[in-house]
Ligand binder design. Structure first.
Ligand SMILES: [Zn+2]
Length: 276
């Protein structure tokens, strides 16, 4: 099946990239991604995936758009304040690219729904703003063998890691335990720079498309850290931890468990490995 005239026009500037071409474009149109969180990270991820023609995009977010979201959550507009984020996201993404399917899910990822939900998608993108969801997404991806793109942002910087189960480190290999409740400030307490969320979210979209098309070198075993005020990136080598509770040699986590007892916090963990 070829591309329509309109598709050739819409995707022309990426079709001429030899790494993508018609075959890569068809592959993208046949691919699916689940974006967890339609917030500061989920916004750029979803916009770039929709624009690139990833054929099916699921957006899961239980919250409504608020005015304080808009400086970084570029999916949403002032007119969408009060609307469910998943619905606002669907409208915006379909306006950008009407030929893709956007599935809005106005709920949270839970231990009960994660595996069934993830089974519908080729890649999972974690743009969540809290540790329980982050660990849950990691564990569910490891247990089901799904690639996961992790991102986190706080203040002026952030980090990205691509998890390909059994090929490299998972999030838990790098950060074995969630920080104690209150140890890491959330977005509301710490503040976040909108453009930093844009940088990290865009890198996440870049990783998604690389994984979907098996292009280049994904950030497997490489935690990419962005320091926005200094204006530089650092790469921290990480590796699978044989003692990891979920992907180690003798895993203790064999099913998706909830971490709801942990107070929701946002952003990057301290200390990052290799932090100077
Ligand atoms: Zn692991």
């Amino acid at each position: 099946m070829g591309l329509s005239k309109e598709q050739v026009a819409r995707y022309s500037r990426q079709l001429i990239l030899p790494e993508i071409g018609v075959q890569g474009q068809q592959q993208l149109l046949a691919s699916s991604a689940l974006v967890i969180g339609a917030g500061g990270l989920g916004s750029p991820v979803a916009l770039y995936l929709a624009a690139a023609g990833v054929g099916t995009i699921g957006i899961i977010d239980a919250d409504a758009v608020s005015l304080s979201n808009l400086h970084r959550q570029v999916l949403h507009t002032t007119g969408a304040v009060g609307e469910p984020k998943s619905r606002s996201a669907k409208a915006r993404l379909e306006a950008l690219n009407p030929e893709i399917i956007v599935t809005p899910l106005q709920e949270r990822v839970t231990a009960a729904n994660a595996l069934a939900l993830f089974s519908n998608y080729d890649v999972i993108v974690d743009g969540s703003d809290n540790f329980p969801t982050r660990y849950l997404a990691n564990d569910a991806c490891v247990l089901s063998g799904k690639p996961l793109i992790h991102g986190g942002v706080v203040h002026f910087g952030g980090q990205v890691l691509t998890v390909v189960p059994r090929e490299g480190a998972c999030y838990r290999c790098v950060f074995p335990e969630p920080p104690e409740a209150g140890a890491v400030p959330n977005c509301q307490e710490a503040g976040v720079f909108g453009a930093a969320a844009g940088v990290i979210g865009t890198l996440m979209a870049n990783e998604v498309i690389k994984v979907l098309l098996a292009l280049g070198r994904p950030l497997v075993n490489r935690l990419l850290v962005f320091e926005g005020l200094a204006g530089h990136f650092r790469e921290v080598s990480v590796r699978r931890n044989p003692e990891c509770a979920v992907c180690g040699d003798n895993p203790t986590i064999r099913e998706v468990v909830s971490l709801e007892s942990i107070v929701c916090t946002t952003g990057q963990e301290a200390p990052w490995p290799g932090n100077k």
